[in-house]
Write a protein that binds this ligand. Structure first.
Ligand code: GLV
Ligand code: MN
Ligand code: MN
Length: 417
């Protein structure tokens, strides 16, 4: 006999428990870090495969390390509604960014399975192996592989220890020459939906547990290197120095100044810096830093990147530093499909919440998935809008609210007319 009811706390408690279980898989016990192609990546993948099996899905790890699960519909082999998010993290991460979408999707399918419900389409869940780009500079590696847009040149990028992505893939047991096998055809995917924490304060200010995303803002990431001359900290007079670190400091402040004076929601961040050779009594000869620039409009972001690069070039020239700048990531703004937004809005209203729309300033796998399917996102409120921080938190009641909306979207999903 199948149980057709969805219980009151059908999903929330299980999801919160699993969030904690997954968060225990970390490079260091006190600071959650789980990066692409690491031991922790493998352990997390095994856990997710097990949860997908329990939810009645077929599950496998694909050619780039994504965990893919499939729950057949009433007709075997039908195209799928694809649900997903990522299970890699930034360094010293919160435990909700990414995993909430994956674990909630598994809980929803598990609920359908428990009730014996089969829909006229299949449901697939993809837990993407790399969205953050923490280990290698390029981001969205998992979803790009699924969308068939993974660029082979990314395999040459190296992590901080000098290991190339190609080497790391081989060590993980994957074949870097067969990443193409992870790609899916547009005809196989009816739509891509992602539930994610908001990572900002808007829903909290609106006193709402969930919201409909209208678009995912584009981003440009740059890797900057300034080459000066390393020298003795006691002997080289100040006017004769080519100090790469003071040059970088001036560049970083110039980026901040530029973005602050802007009126169009431009944001610029230097999140990583490294000075070489890195000793108290040595003038830094080489500095590398990253630059992340986003804006609500692509044309605006592109103009800002051009201006910022010009400023950095001017500073380098004035300080007689050699400069190298590479674009490591560039993603245009991804609009969420109106027909999918409507279905999310309907589900939110049916769950008794006010429908509220908001854009995403953060990047998401939908930016890559849009190349093979229409995409949409459901945001869940997080405390204080804090994210990319261990203090990231979602109230269990909001977890439950998000899960209920997602389940309703799945069960009432209408294919594109
Ligand atoms: C991903 O979290 C990003 O927006 O950088
Ligand atoms: Mn993130
Ligand atoms: Mn994320």
């Amino acid at each position: 006999m199948t149980d057709n009811s969805t219980s009151n706390d059908l999903l929330g408690a299980q999801i919160v428990g699993r969030i904690d279980e997954l968060a225990a898989i970390s490079e260091t016990p006190d600071h959650l870090t789980r990066v692409f192609l690491s031991r922790e990546h493998r352990a997390a993948a095994e856990l997710l495969v097990g949860w997908m099996h329990q939810a009645g899905m077929l599950a496998r790890v694909d050619a780039i390390g994504n965990v893919c699960g499939r729950y057949e519909g009433s007709k075997l082999g039908a195209p799928c509604l694809m649900l997903g998010s990522h299970y890699d993290t930034v360094r010293d991460a919160g435990k909700w960014d990414g995993p909430l979408g994956v674990i909630t999707a598994i809980a929803c399918v598990g609920d359908l399975h428990r009730r014996g419900v089969r829909l006229p389409f299949a449901i697939e869940i993809v837990a993407f192996a790399d969205e953050e780009g923490t280990r290698f500079a390029s981001t969205l590696l998992g979803s790009r592989a699924v969308a068939g847009t993974f660029t082979e040149s990314a395999l040459a990028s190296r992590d901080r220890d000098g290991t190339s992505m190609r080497e790391a893939m081989i060590a993980f047991g994957l074949d870097p020459d067969h990443i193409g096998a992870a790609a899916r055809a547009p005809a196989e995917v009816l739509a891509y939906l992602e539930l994610h924490i908001e990572q900002g304060p808007v829903l909290e200010a609106q006193k709402l547990p969930v919201g409909v995303v209208t678009a995912i803002a584009g981003a440009t990431r740059l890797a900057v290197e300034l080459h000066g001359t390393a020298g003795h900290a006691g002997t080289v007079p100040m006017p004769m120095r080519r100090d790469a670190l003071t040059g970088a400091a001036e560049c970083i402040l110039a980026v901040e100044e530029f973005c602050r004076s802007d009126r169009g929601g431009l944001v610029g961040t230097v999140g990583y810096i490294n000075a070489m050779p890195g000793a108290t009594n040595v003038i830094p000869g080489l500095v590398s830093f990253t630059l992340d620039i986003r804006a609500s409009k692509d044309s605006y972001r592109k103009m800002a990147v051009t201006d910022i690069v010009r400023e950095i070039e001017t500073i380098a020239k004035q300080r007689q530093l050699d400069l190298q700048i590479n674009v490591t990531h560039e993603n245009r703004t991804a609009p969420c499909a109106p027909w999918l937004q409507q279905q999310i809005a309907d589900a939110i209203a049916a769950e008794g919440h006010r429908v509220f729309e908001l854009p995403s300033g953060a990047g998401h796998d939908g930016m890559a998935m849009i190349d093979i399917a229409d995409v949409a996102m459901l945001f869940v409120r997080c405390r204080g809008g804090i994210s990319h921080n261990p203090a990231e938190h979602v109230e269990p009641a909001d977890v439950e609210a998000g899960a209920r909306v997602l389940l309703r979207v799945i069960e009432n999903f209408r294919m594109k007319a």
